[in-house]
Design a protein around this ligand. Sequence first.
Ligand code: BTN
Length: 260
Amino acid sequence: MVSAVRKTKWLGKSWMFFDVVESTQDVMRKWVLSGALHGAIVVADMQTCGRGRVGRSWFSPLGKNLYFTVALQLPHSHPPSGTLSLLVGVAVAEALQKFEAKVYVKWSNDVVSESGRKLAGILVESFEPEPKKVWSLVGVGINVNINEDEFPDELRTTATSLKAVCGRELDRFEVLAEVLCSLEFWWEKWASNEFDLFRQAYERLDWLKGKQVIVFLPDGTTVEGTAMGITDEGELMLTLPDGTRQRLVAGDVTVRTAGA
Ligand code: BTN
């Protein structure tokens, strides 16, 4: 673990490592309430109640993958909050590319392989433990050394790992070191409102751009269209079949296959 935080300037210098926790998000929340520093990180070798977005669980078996939460205190002025999880996606994707993996971001919170299988998920939970001090708990799960046939049935056709993409096992702490350096770099840009560089990086890594998609909205309805990138607020932009534009704040995106 020490090697994972050696290359950063400030992020992760204060850390906790656990063999097993329910969720690194919950451990970090308690730590922030009892005085964690900006940039502190909680890492676990396994989670018994790892959670994903919209009440889903996050598959977190022992010793195979990376599960961690970073606590970041938001500056008073910053880009729209909806862009933070996209920024983390860019940070993770750029870090994973260092291992010669072809990696992309998929709106809103996923990092995927070239074939669109999920390599990593991001969960940002924000709270205000005291007035005017907003913290974001940035939770990241990365499938590093798990084999595709070790995923539970419901993930077997949609998830993958760095090992499967790169064709070799990777040192999880080397991966973590790259991700933390990248996250530190991108956080500094975001926190100082330098948005253009992030937009360019997002466009370069955008797996959905130009694809025909179906978006499952939180209210149970769906929208179909062509993905056109993101807005400055971090919404997904779609061109609908009638040529009009629609901006979506949240939803699950599936790419339409030919004939579907
Ligand atoms: C998603 O894709 O739905 C987000 C998954 C986020 C998983 C990570 S693993 C570390 C941290 N602790 C959790 O319980 N969840 C996040």
